[in-house]
Design a protein around this ligand. Structure first.
Ligand code: NAD
Length: 254
């Protein structure tokens, strides 16, 4: 497999290039906004404006994107025109972005994943099962990330919330932090986003009834788990037909 990497000088882009090197995955090209050709993991990083030309000249099997919502959508659109599959781990998409990614998925395979770690996939299953078993319990979701993270709550927290709604067969009201007189209403879910230091990513789901509580927590120790999952997803995606895929629904096939 040969991949192209966008956002190559970012935290995740660098990690994807490092893991690709470890695995012997070839890198067709790498781009980043404002890049000047300097190298990351031995790969020259080209300016983002060259993406479409490079897509045509280097013909990667799959593009792996960790950038920002606007750029991920424009890369997916360019990939759709060129017929190249794209895996994006970018988070913080607005509804219109998701619609644009789904449209790109009608022309080329597009896979989105808010979290490529295996542990988080297991957390999602555990949350669904605990919420189904404890329907009357209060639920609070807390996520903690490094101080450079842009979007809040995290994409993973949003997927956790979706799973809770699915397990309850109801769309619960979300309360983002609490301040002043803010008593808990029945069924609401408190969502808390903490930003501190260089923490890679933590997600905790608290379920509490009277006289007992249950905490389900995932902690990522390194960005490598995300890069490994993204490259596994890329290897899977390259032989799939054009469609819009979510990592959570295909992870068990990897
Ligand atoms: P970062 O800010 O360190 O890196 C983003 C990089 O993208 C930067 O180098 C930035 O210059 C670059 N960039 C922005 N717009 C660009 C464009 N148009 N073309 C090329 N490069 C562009 O951020 P990060 O920590 O690497 O995270 C990137 C994204 O990945 C975020 O949305 C984050 O939430 C998400 N993320 C997802 C997972 C997952 O498992 N899915 C894991 C970690 C982070």
């Amino acid at each position: 497999m040969n991949v192209a990497v966008t956002g190559a000088t970012g935290r995740m882009g660098r990690t994807v290039l490092a893991v690709a090197r470890e695995r012997g995955v070839e890198v067709a090209f790498a781009v980043n906004r404002g890049a000047d050709g300097s190298h990351v993991e031995g790969v020259p990083v080209r300016p983002a404006e060259e993406f479409e030309a490079l897509l045509e000249s280097a013909s990667p099997d799959v593009v792996v994107d960790f950038t920002g919502p606007d750029s991920a959508v424009s890369y997916a659109t360019a990939c759709a025109s060129a017929g190249v599959p794209i895996v994006t781990g970018t988070t913080g998409f607005a509804e219109s972005d998701v619609a644009a990614l789904q449209e790109a998925g009608t022309r080329t395979p597009v896979l989105v994943g808010a979290n490529f770690s295996r542990g988080v996939q297991a957390l999602l299953g555990a949350v669904e099962s605990a919420v189904a078993d404890l329907p009357e319990y209060d639920v609070e979701v807390t996520e903690t990330h490094h101080n450079g993270k842009l979007d809040a709550p995290s994409g993973t927290a949003k997927v956790v919330l979706e799973r809770i709604d699915e397990a309850r067969d109801d769309a619960a009201e979300r309360v983002h932090g609490r301040e002043g007189e803010a008593p808990r209403r029945d069924g609401e879910i408190g969502v808390h986003a903490r930003r501190a230091g260089d923490i890679t990513g933590e997600h905790e789901v608290l379920l509490a009834g009277n006289h007992e509580s249950l905490e389900l927590t995932h902690r990522a120790g390194s960005r490598e788990v995300f890069a490994e999952g993204a490259l596994d997803a890329a290897a899977w995606l390259r032989s799939q037909p054009g469609d819009y895929y979510r990592f959570e629904t295909i992870a068990s096939q990897l």
